[in-house]
Design a protein around this ligand. Structure first.
Ligand code: NAG
Ligand code: NAG
Ligand code: NAG
Length: 375
């Protein structure tokens, strides 16, 4: 009886889980059928790469909302990222960062090359991350080469490492470009930023091509979010109120994000012809995040732009000199950027990154399949 009950329960759970997975015709879903997941990107999906690579620990308010194991999550967020929720949905462990040398996890089911601050363009002396997209792709190629060499020497290692079959049938995910646009605005006019976008996308295409040559076939690409709605951008570029749109976002930055997305989508429509037997899915993160920010109160959020972990109070609670968890002396007074009491009421965590609550919202919307498109 007990066994029957458990079987039934397992079956019901299976039905419940499989029901929540998007199985739309056209675009392929994030699905447990992919044996392995490789991810490339910036802080939107960094699960510890930059902190491991540069050897620092994030301010401990990061990761406070979720019990990661180990607790130093390396994520720029109070809790989980979109990519964490996507892995949960397909019943996989969170992706381990490529440079994370100390972990209880293997790389058999995935590896994450995304590093906070990374750009599609090559890093320069001013870059936060030396791990630009091209470097991330090179890291992947080195990873693959070493893994296959090891497995060739000892087949038993397939228990810990992805096999050749896994590399061929894996899911390759991308969420990068935001920092290329954000960085460009510090030295360029809007027209100059617009003019730079095709160059950025050429470099992106180079990386995709190198991965295709290595055997990657399933590409899952997030477009970029509404950059102009980040408190950091509003605080630096929105002092002149005429720069803001009706929602309090910097309109230049959002226009650049929109043009980037338009051209990214155009590129992804071309690629399947150039790269036969490959599949490309374009995921419209911009629309999901815009909906969340503009309609936040309908979704249970009190604040869309004002940051949770910051200082200064409304309207932004953000000071570019004092980041979440750090202290500074201003006018002889020591101030500390501390988290809000209830991060689930905030979209923005620290001025640049989304809260766990917002990431959960975005992931749920991705999983409906309504924002994905096979190109
Ligand atoms: C906000 O919600 C309304 C009503 O549901 C919807 O029509 C609109 O598209 C939403 N805004 C965004 C930016 O998605
Ligand atoms: C510091 O003091 C100056 C002069 O009194 C004032 O204008 C400024 O707003 C103060 N800054 C802060 C962060 O309180
Ligand atoms: C957090 O809640 C406490 C107790 O209700 C209150 O005194 C404090 O001002 C709140 N802090 C913030 C940052 O909202």
């Amino acid at each position: 009886m007990k066994i029957l009950f458990h079987t039934l329960l397992a079956l019901l759970l299976f039905l419940a889980i499989s029901h929540t997975l998007p199985l739309l015709a056209g675009s392929f879903p994030i699905s447990p059928n992919f044996p392995v997941v490789f991810n490339f990107g910036d802080s939107n999906s960094d699960t510890g790469e930059l902190s491991s690579g540069l050897g620092f620990r994030l301010q401990p308010f990061n990761g406070q909302t979720y019990s990661f194991n180990p607790p130093s999550s390396g994520r720029f967020c109070n809790g989980r990222l979109m990519v964490d929720f996507l892995m949960e949905a397909i019943d996989r462990p969170y992706l381990r960062a490529y440079l994370d040398s100390i972990s209880t996890q293997t790389y058999r089911r995935g590896c994450n090359f995304a590093a906070a601050g990374s750009t599609i363009q090559k890093a320069n002396a001013a870059s936060i991350s030396p791990f630009g997209f091209g470097v991330q792709v090179s890291q992947f190629i080195t990873f693959k080469y070493k893994v296959l060499q090891l497995i060739q020497q000892d087949e038993e290692l397939e228990r810990y490492l992805p096999s050749e079959y896994y590399f061929k049938n894996g899911l390759y995910m991308f969420d990068i470009g935001q920092n290329d646009l954000a960085g460009a605005f510090y030295s360029k006019t809007l027209d100059q930023v617009f003019a730079l976008i095709p160059t950025i996308l050429d470099i992106f295409q180079d990386g995709i091509k190198r991965l295709y040559v290595e055997g990657a076939r399933n590409f899952w690409i997030h477009n970029t979010g509404p950059l102009g709605c980040l408190a950091q951008v509003v605080s630096l570029f929105g002092r002149d109120k005429s720069k803001l749109d009706e929602f309090g976002c910097v309109s230049d930055h959002n226009q650049a994000a929109k043009l980037f997305n338009l051209q990214l989508r155009g590129l992804l429509k071309k690629l399947p012809q150039q790269y036969p037997d490959s599949r490309f899915t374009y995921v419209d993160i911009f629309s999901i995040k815009s909906d969340l920010i503009l309609n936040h109160s309908n979704y249970g959020f009190d604040h869309s732009i004002m940051v949770c972990c910051g200082t200064g109070g409304p309207p932004l609670n953000y000071n570019n000199q004092v980041h979440c968890g750090s202290t500074a002396t201003l006018n002889g007074t020591i101030i500390i950027a501390k988290p809000c009491n209830d991060s689930s009421k905030y979209v923005n965590w620290d001025g640049i990154h989304y809260t766990e609550a917002a990431n959960r919202f975005v992931a749920r919307h991705i999983l409906t399949g309504k924002y994905s498109e096979a190109t």
